[in-house]
Design a protein around this ligand. Sequence first.
Ligand code: F6P
Length: 554
Amino acid sequence: MSTPPVDPTTTRAWSRLTELADGSTPDLRSTLTPSWVAEHTLTPADLHVDLSKHLVDAEVEAALLALADEVGLMERRNAMFAGERINVTEDRAVLHTALRLPAGATLTVDGVDVVADVHEVLRRAYAFAERVRSGEWTGVTGKRIETVVNVGIGGSDLGPVMAYEALEPYRQDGLSCRFISNIDPTDAGQKLAGLDPETTLFIVSSKTFGTLETLTNARLCKAWLLDRLPAGSDPAAAVAQHFVAVSTALDKVADFGIDPDNAFGFWDWVGGRYSVDSAIGLSLVVAVGPESFADMLAGFHAMDEHFRTAPPEANVPLRMGLLNVWYANFLGAHTHAVLPYAQLLHRFPAYLQQLTMESNGKGVRWDGAAVGYDTGEVFWGEPGTNGQHAFYQLIHQGTRLVPADFIAFARAAYPLVDSVDGEDVDVHELLLANFLAQTKALALGRTADEVRAEGVPEELVSARTFPGNRPTTSIMAPALTPAVLGQLIALYEHITFVQGAVWGIDSFDQWGVELGKQLAQELRPAVAGDPEVTARQDPSTQSLIAYYQEHRGR
Ligand code: F6P
């Protein structure tokens, strides 16, 4: 039984925050003192998190922490870690944190030690990965595996792709991964192009093993393989050597024709968007090896421990989640940018979109009552400096408030030196100079007088003035290691949790994706030309189907 949610708007803290938001906004030009920066710099695990450039003062911060108290946020956190069924609409525990508990820990849920189960699957996944990496596991014709194709979508794709890209320097030479997710046949067509079936291994990743996109793509891959293997290859042996699966539905895996010995399980208490650290990360384990994957899990765990044990004022996920609530509910922000100054994190914003928006894009609380306040901001972003030449204009001078997280690493993944007029320039330092310049410009801006002092003609002064006071968090770490990646992912998981807990919503279901799936099934015959099904559709849908029929080109 989950405790009923508190309507946050009924709390004293919410009223206080409303009053504070109606007052004057703190001015970063005066709040950024050395002691303020020192007090607002926190160092969970290997991260260095600077929360000093936010539109808060001590009163706002106290009221935000009081809000967390009044909605029972810490109790809900403890309930999650303890394995209580806090995902009420699906009646499930929420235990992604158990995926990274160290071997030897215990956590009993419904009489089962889930940590022992987790480590048993990890042991099998690591052993399998070692066999592929060493060449002991071969294709059906005896050739060593060179390409692993992960077939999955949503959480069964975004996490593995993002981490595969992020940990590129840790990958084994001669072994690469591709990822097929989209039902658009272009995806499978492009990703299979150029592959040698004899050296390709498919990992079908699907929590439910019922997802249309994944099962369709898996069948396409199976047909592709069987059509192209040398004549005489035994189909059953070929599937056994070239297909493995990751799922919670092992019976459906067997129905698909994949040997249960080649299936890796996980549990209904792992949400898809929280599953990159389960066997869903198998492609990553193969690519970077068990040791790096275990380092990543240790990084996740370090952040879990921080969130579970750090006092509220020093608890980074708590404070970042509360800041997001401040901007979304009191200062009118609709979106939140995540801007990694690291090319290797180019898929991180896309990954965060599912994590945050599938979790917190909800309009009812977990008792079914409608919320009377905004939830779930739109998360988005691109790596800096590319974003600087695209959308930063709006963040600097537009009319909308866009809180942003900037992420950078002290050490370069690819250290390169440019030579300018005979002088060596460390290109990573250029990147970091940009990282620093942006948060400084956003915070401090440039006043009209400063612009005038540069000799700018009066008629151009306003266009060249920067209002400043635009809030950012700076997150740094020594390097983008597997452990740091785990810490970053867990940080955002817990920020998402904090916001959902304040809003009283179930951050772990995703009913909002179901209607479209159902309608797509119903519409398939209409698209294929069934006049009766077409006649049942609304006029706009009918007209679009007619357009397709006219232009399908067959
Ligand atoms: O449709 C949304 C969703 O259920 C996501 O939550 C999930 O990550 C994705 O589909 C894929 O689901 P599955 O792993 O079961 O194929």
